[in-house]
Design a protein around this ligand. Structure first.
Ligand code: PGA
Length: 242
């Protein structure tokens, strides 16, 4: 694992965008695994700017997002479909057909999950997977448990996650209790992983993930087994790293 400790959120975001831009420059038809939440917002802003400045062209890029809330349609302002279009897709030139997110409001979620994995396989997997990390060490919505799933699946969100994500909703009750998440298989099979964390609330999860024991109770700790992980954390998120 390559670890970069940077000063702050801005520096983390810039470095992350530079790595994504390098990937896309080296392989224009890259398959990117993308994340939502507060962490990658600055990275998306930097990438949008690079696109406007003609530094990157995303016209051949294919994307697969990590997750989506169950029951929220693409137009719902808190859905990850909405987040991704507002913060990134609507501002760059990735063709709509190349964009993939799990459909959270489908009648048949099992079929959505199987189809999502089939599509990832059809593109021969993910070249670069961007990950945030939950305060409980989750990646995507792969929550701490005594077992983890390989394939895309339905999940029940933990209380920690519901509480953490309630800041995006008007009340905690409104946070969907269930979601669809890419499984650990697609994440671990990504050829490269970019793990980002900012702020002291992530410090313990980062310490446990990069130097703690490998356990399904800290899903991000499994990344220690991956050969190509770049971790970028700011000073606060790095405060417990020895
Ligand atoms: P955050 O979420 O970026 O909003 O902190 C990260 C995550 O839960 O994976």
């Amino acid at each position: 694992m390559r670890l970069h400790i940077v000063e702050d959120y801005q520096e983390m975001s810039k470095k992350a965008a530079t790595i994504v831009a390098s990937q896309v420059t080296l392989k224009p038809e890259s398959v990117l695994g993308l994340a939502t939440g507060s962490t990658p917002l600055g990275m998306y802003r930097n990438l949008v700017q690079m696109y406007r400045d003609d530094i990157i062209d995303l016209s051949e890029v294919v994307t697969f997002n990590l997750d989506e809330y169950l029951g929220l349609g693409p137009e719902h302002p808190q859905s990850y479909h909405h987040y991704m279009h507002k913060n990134f897709f609507n501002q760059v030139n990735i063709p709509e057909d190349n964009i993939h997110l799990p459909q959270g409001n489908s009648e048949n979620i099992e079929q959505v999950c199987r189809e999502y994995d089939r599509k990832i396989a059809r593109y021969k997997g993910i070249d670069l997977q961007v990950l945030g990390i939950g305060v409980n060490g989750h990646i995507g919505f792969n929550e701490p448990d005594n077992k983890l799933k390989t394939a895309t699946h339905q999940v029940r969100l933990t209380e920690d996650t519901i509480k953490a994500n309630s800041r995006f909703f008007s009340s905690e009750e409104e946070v969907p209790r269930r979601a669809v998440s890419m499984g650990m298989g697609s994440i671990m099979q990504a050829r490269m992983i970019l793990l980002l964390a900012s702020g002291k609330q992530k410090a313990l999860a980062i310490k446990n993930s990069i130097s703690g024991e490998i356990t399904t109770e800290v899903p991000a700790s499994l990344l220690q087994l991956h050969p190509e992980v770049i971790t970028i954390v700011d000073r606060e998120a790095a405060m417990y790293i020895d």
